[in-house]
Design a protein around this ligand. Structure first.
Ligand SMILES: [Ca+2]
Ligand SMILES: [Ca+2]
Ligand SMILES: [Ca+2]
Length: 263
């Protein structure tokens, strides 16, 4: 899964490993960058408090909400995913993630055998899950869903010394109607006020800041640039294939090509 944390270098490290691990990590790579500064520890983000939530951007209005095709809530699926990690049960985890992990091929390029590969995978994913386990369903108040995908996100909230954080969980729905975890991540910013508002403005509500879509950044966002998506900041689905820009970016499909999509 993904884990992202600050958009600083620290996450980059974690994200790289995690990305390898699964689609969940994918999300993190995107979220990681918006902060300029040092990287906080990915697992150090505090649980958001709705009472202290600071939302510099309007809460996205859920777009075309539909009844999920299966009766299991997305949040419960995410908890099952975390339980699979906690139990170090790869089969259990793979049943509900978008990007399956096969330890026989996953670490091939690293020259690791199956056992060493699994050990590496769990060591990385455990860090993410420990942070994710602290999250509360009620904090993910920004929910967008349609027939293909679900985005759950918290508001942006103060998180330590001059830092602001937002947590995100992405899901995609398979052709069979199963909801799969695409990624979990944390975005952090090391600045506030007008700079934070400008950096996090999301005109189309696809959970990608305008700046990431337009690839135009402020002075304190030097780490963002590798994550620019070159997508339309006024359309959740730039290529019109039914999959939102942020989902495609996390799933590693091309948000600018209707021929490329998760399913
Ligand atoms: Ca956007
Ligand atoms: Ca967009
Ligand atoms: Ca699309």
């Amino acid at each position: 899964m993904k884990q992202f944390s600050n958009r600083g270098s620290f996450l980059l490290i974690i994200a790289l490993v995690l990305l390898v691990i699964s689609g969940i990590l994918v999300i993190s790579s995107r979220f990681n960058n918006q902060e300029a500064a040092k990287s906080p520890n990915a697992s150090s983000s505090s649980t958001p408090s709705s009472s202290s939530a600071f939302s510099p951007t309007p809460t996205p209005t859920p777009s075309s909400t539909v009844t999920p095709q299966n009766t299991v809530k997305a949040w419960d699926i995410f908890q099952e995913y975390l339980a699979g990690i906690k139990a170090h049960d790869l089969d259990r985890m793979n049943k509900i993630v978008y990007e399956k992990i096969d330890p026989n091929v996953y670490c091939k390029d690293m020259g690791l055998g199956k056992d060493a590969c699994l050990s590496m995978i769990w060591s990385v994913v455990d860090v993410m899950s420990k942070d994710a386990e602290k999250q509360k369903e009620g904090d993910f108040i920004n929910v967008s869903e349609d027939k293909n995908q679900i985005i759950m996100a918290t508001n942006i909230f103060p998180d330590g010394d001059k830092r602001y954080t937002k947590n995100h969980i992405y899901f995609v729905k398979s052709l069979e109607g199963n909801t799969l975890v695409l990624g979990y991540g944390t975005s952090s910013w090391g600045f506030s006020g007008d700079e934070l508002i400008a950096a996090t403005k999301d005109s189309d509500g696809d959970d990608l800041p305008d700046r990431d879509e337009k690839c135009v950044y402020g002075d304190k966002e030097q780490y963002n640039k590798p994550y620019c998506t070159k997508t339309n900041p006024n359309s959740k689905d730039t290529d019109g294939d039914g999959w939102w820009d942020s989902i495609e970016e996390s799933a590693k499909t091309n948000p600018n090509s209707s021929q490329s999509h998760p399913f």
